[in-house]
Design a protein around this ligand. Structure first.
Ligand SMILES: [Zn+2]
Length: 143
């Protein structure tokens, strides 16, 4: 655990766009596909695509969030996410593109230098919720 701390601390500092992003719950709708940025690979941000399923309260941020489904299945195939973690994919959406560009500008420079997949360590699944580290610390959740 000790060796992970510098990376996590760095992520908190550089990922201001996610922490401060303001996006309405209704910006997303059931049936849409969304991208969640989880890392970087070969100089570009990478993430996984999820299906938006239904409204669900996101306790860690105290906002109306979304239940999303991982189409790949796995041990946690459903979880609740705050809208500010989600990026529209497959549709033209300038607010989401703006957020993605901000992430690239703030986060990417700190993840370059090594090829291959780099996890930003920004997220954890806690009690069925996806929680960004900055929100977990603000909510005083165990990380
Ligand atoms: Zn969007």
């Amino acid at each position: 655990m000790e060796e992970d701390q510098p990376t996590r601390r760095m992520t908190i500092i550089v990922d201001t766009p996610t922490f401060t992003r303001r996006v309405d719950h209704d910006h997303f709708a059931p049936g849409e596909q969304v991208l969640i940025i989880l890392g970087a690979k070969d100089g570009a941000l990478t993430g996984d695509v999820f299906d938006v399923v239904a409204p669900s309260w996101h306790q860690a941020t105290d906002v109306d969030g979304w239940r999303v489904r991982d189409p790949r299945g796995g041990t946690v195939s459903y979880f609740t996410a705050a809208p500010k973690y989600l990026i529209h994919t497959g549709v033209d959406c300038s607010p989401c593109v703006d957020y993605l560009r901000q992430l690239e500008r703030w986060v990417l420079p700190h993840l370059t230098g090594e090829p291959g997949q780099r996890d930003t360590n920004s997220y954890r699944i806690v009690d069925g919720e996806l929680v960004h580290i900055a929100d977990a610390i603000t909510a005083d959740e165990a990380w």
